[in-house]
Ligand binder design. Structure first.
Ligand code: NAD
Length: 461
């Protein structure tokens, strides 16, 4: 019998008021039901917001360092339960243990960072031009923060939003992704075990339009923090702006890696391999376009295909798996449809391009790592976010052309350049490209550092 998960509203674990539930299944084995979850609607959101608004009155007056102490304890508990959460997250959303461990680690790091912010909520003073006047600004919380998160980083992303909101004195209503509700429930349990007063956080499960949108529309929610698709982000921004709410959005990407002839090709190969196929390509910062200089194009592509074909697909819980499944049937269909689009646009399918159903993968949503070459920058394959293990390779003749192709997208999330030319590196950064060059430039991490992947981190090589 699958576990019946609950909402957490007004200090109690409870069902949705309409009594409805939805199922969550393991993407590596569709036959495994992980649990059922409340299919909440506007009335549950309303109850949660009312309770969070009441709790706000005491929480905002709790000294910020004390709020930080609770977050520090939550970080300690994440350390304690790291392996348990890691394994459950892999069962819930598929990525391999190395990556889910990194996801939890990001939550831990965020806790320890946010905790100390409790002692650093400084204000400003400025001299006034008038006599007997003090000019000063202090930091004040806003009230109830609505948090809406995606499934691909089920712990890290909620912690990026919830810990800062709490340390600043806001209360929280959390609507997690419908594909990862179990990780969200575990996170709320940990916050409560850490000593967060009940009602300061509320958990409401459900689908985007029926549970997420009522949170965005609720008049007592003062701030919305959303991570997810650009399409939904636009809708949320437009809706929240009607009431002049504060809105924070982290949306999609169509990220490129540029490799120039003078690059360390082994480093560049590692970068693109894990950038494109880590988390089965389901990262906002995934490498989706590879921009290759013609001088190394054929050689690099051949090496890349060889490495991609060696990646082992399988259940993320198995230590032998390099790449797990994609999240659900809808995403599987969407990725396969983009593969068809690529073929019909005239790109050359070099490897992959199909569902993988060998052995234990027969009941999972696995797609073979897919590489298209001969891609033109104007093709949909090169312009639209696919969010799957599909890489579009574009050949260029010069650095300037690389930058032009790189910037020929409506997205602007992350990117990288592999080169040893420091001048090219700085020109690329000015043009919006992060840079890799041995020992030289602070850079976005190559995706090989898979146990700690973030879109905001920098490392030295
Ligand atoms: P999604 O937009 O479908 O869903 C994200 C969240 O929004 C879920 O909780 C969902 O229930 C909710 N939602 C959906 N429709 C809604 C609506 N009409 N009103 C209110 N809420 C609604 O995205 P996803 O498929 O879960 O995640 C993948 C997307 O997220 C990709 O585009 C990816 O690039 C992006 N993403 C961005 C970042 C970043 O930091 N920039 C990080 C991770 C994922």
């Amino acid at each position: 019998m699958p576990r019946e998960f609950k909402n957490y509203i007004d200090g109690k674990w409870c069902d949705a008021l309409n009594g409805k539930r939805f199922e969550n299944r393991n993407p590596a084995n569709w036959e495994e039901v992980l649990g059922t979850f409340p299919d909440s609607t506007a009335e549950d959101i309303d109850a949660a917001v009312q309770s969070a608004a009441t709790a706000y009155e005491a929480w905002r007056l709790t000294p910020a360092p004390k709020r930080g102490d609770i977050i520090k304890r939550a970080g300690d508990l994440l350390v304690k339960y790291k392996e348990e959460i890691t394994r459950e997250m892999t069962r819930e959303m598929g990525k391999v243990l190395l990556e889910t461990r990194g996801d939890v680690q990001e939550g831990i790091d965020t806790a320890f960072y946010a905790a100390t912010e409790g002692r650093r909520l400084f204000g400003h003073t400025a001299p006034s031009e008038l006599p007997d006047k003090f000019n000063m600004s202090i930091r004040q919380p806003l009230g109830v923060a609505g948090i809406i998160s995606p499934w691909n980083f089920p712990l890290a992303i909620p912690t990026w939003k919830i810990f800062p909101a709490l340390v600043c004195g806001n209360t929280v209503v959390f609507k997690p992704a419908e594909d990862t509700p179990a990780t969200a429930a575990r996170f709320v349990e940990i916050l409560l075990e850490a000593g967060l007063p009940e009602n300061v956080v509320q958990l409401v499960n459900g689908y985007g339009p029926s549970a997420g949108m009522p949170l965005v529309e609720h008049p007592n929610v003062k701030l919305i923090s959303f991570t997810g698709s650009t399409q939904v982000g636009k809708l949320i921004s437009a809706t929240a702006s009607r009431d002049l709410k504060r809105v924070s959005l982290e949306l999609g990407g169509k990220n490129a890696q540029i490799v120039m002839p003078d690059a360390d090709l082994e480093l560049a190969l590692e970068g693109v391999l894990w950038g494109a196929f880590g988390t089965a390509g389901q990262r906002c910062t995934a490498t989706s376009r590879l921009i290759l200089h013609e001088a190394i194009h054929d050689q690099f592509l051949a090496l890349l295909i060889k490495r991609a074909e060696k990646l082992r697909l399988g259940n993320g819980l198995e230590p032998t798996s390099d790449v797990g499944p994609v999240i659900n049937q809808k995403q599987l269909d969407r990725i396969l449809s983009y593969i068809q689009i690529g073929k019909s646009e005239g790109a050359r399918l070099e490897t992959g391009g199909e569902r993988y159903t060998e052995g234990a993968c027969k009941n999972g949503f696995f797609i073979r790592p897919t590489i298209f070459s001969n891609v033109a920058p104007e093709m949909r394959l090169a312009r639209e976010e696919i969010f799957g293990p599909v890489l579009a390779v574009i050949k260029i003749k010069s650095f300037d052309e690389a930058i032009r192709v790189h910037n020929n997208t409506k997205y602007g999330l992350s990117s990288s350049l592999y080169s040893r030319d420091v001048n090219a590196a700085f020109r690329a950064m000015r043009a919006g490209v992060w840079t890799f060059s041995n020992g030289l430039i602070p850079a976005r991490p190559p995706a090989r550092s898979r146990d700690h992947v973030s879109n905001t981190e920098m490392r030295l090589f």
